[in-house]
Design a protein around this ligand. Structure first.
Ligand code: SAM
Length: 310
């Protein structure tokens, strides 16, 4: 199918296509990024301080700071420290010990949830034109197709996959059982994902036809149709926790590995390989690549879209 199958029409309204949406996607991204990037000067942390914060996050949220790149972590902790009005790291640790809410806010700052429907559209074009036809063909006439969206944030990515399946593979949906499992470490964002209510700026990558079919305007938000919602099951899961995934046909994990140290990236990629069926597909984010041993485990299918195959 032509690349234009998902043309960006960010300036169309959902309801009638009359009202024009302002070009706000860049703005939103800036606003999100800005919040974190504005704070480019990380405060210096002693090892003891860092360990104290790491222990609080691990004990209260099961979140392991050690897996993440130092600079990125330090900047984000600095951002929370300043925003919460603390003067130094000691004060901030005290606040974390006293206020459960601040631990959640810190976790939220550390786990950047930026995402949108049809993010990097050509990836979804390839999914539709190459990946899904291949998966269905390889399985013969029927069976179960297992998809895992890891680091799914507020759900736009797995829901985009569900919309593609519904829209372009209706025949296959009658014959195949589709399981889309979407996981994230951030419980708060998963609640939003399960609700399926989105502000308009999250839908800028969507063609009006799809918007009309799969969303209903509701105040200042858009409700995703139940048909799509029920195709995806969300689950809180740390990517580093014990392996729960097996026999996947497709793993999509975009814009998550980028935050991890190289050693951890390699570990996760190896785990993805184990979780995939032979011939299964792996999709990474545009800024992510295979590292270390994993380069020998996968072959590259669409280099630009970072689509690989076991
Ligand atoms: C930038 S978002 C990516 C969303 C989506 N995949 C995309 O590319 O549009 C990264 C997500 O990874 C999640 N995350 C961070 N660390 C994680 C971990 N250790 N295990 C699982 N999810 C994690 C964050 O909570 C966040 O929602």
């Amino acid at each position: 199918m032509a690349a234009g199958i998902f043309p960006k029409v960010a300036d169309m309204s959902i309801s009638e296509g009359k009202e024009r949406l302002p070009a706000i996607s860049g703005l939103l991204r800036d606003r999100h990024g800005d919040l974190l990037q504005r704070d480019t000067t990380a405060i210096h942390y002693s090892e003891v301080t860092f360990k104290a914060i790491r222990d609080i996050l691990f004990e209260r949220e099961g979140f392991d700071l050690d897996s993440y790149k130092d600079k990125c972590i330090q900047r984000r902790i600095s951002f929370r420290l300043r925003t919460s009005g603390c003067k130094n790291t000691e004060e901030y640790i005290e606040l974390l010990n006293k206020k459960e809410e601040e631990v959640k806010k810190l976790l939220n700052a550390l786990t950047i949830n930026v995402t949108e429907f049809f993010r990097n559209q050509s990836t979804f074009d390839k999914l539709k034109d190459i990946v899904f036809p291949d998966i269905f063909a390889a399985k013969g006439g029927s069976g179960t197709v297992r998809i895992w969206s890891a680091g799914c944030a507020s759900g736009e990515e797995p829901y985009t996959i569900a919309i593609i399946l519904k829209e372009f593979f209706s025949e296959e949906l009658k014959r195949f059982n589709i399981e889309i499992t979407a996981t994230d470490v951030d419980e708060g964002i998963l609640k939003k994902a399960a609700e399926g209510h989105y502000k308009r700026d999250k839908l800028v990558g969507m063609v009006p036809g799809l918007m009309v079919r799969y969303f209903k305007e509701d105040g200042d938000k858009y409700r995703l149709s139940n048909d799509i919602k029920k195709m995806v099951s969300f689950r809180k899961e740390d990517i580093f926790q014990e392996r729960l995934h097996r026999e996947k046909d497709l793993i999509i994990c975009r814009n998550l590995l980028i935050y991890f140290s190289r050693v951890k990236q390699e570990w996760v990629l190896n785990e993805f390989w184990k979780a995939l069926n032979p011939g299964g597909f792996l999709i990474l984010g545009r800024a992510e690549i295979l590292v270390g041993e994993s380069r020998k485990l996968f072959s590259s299918i669409c280099p630009r879209e970072r689509i690989y195959r076991k």
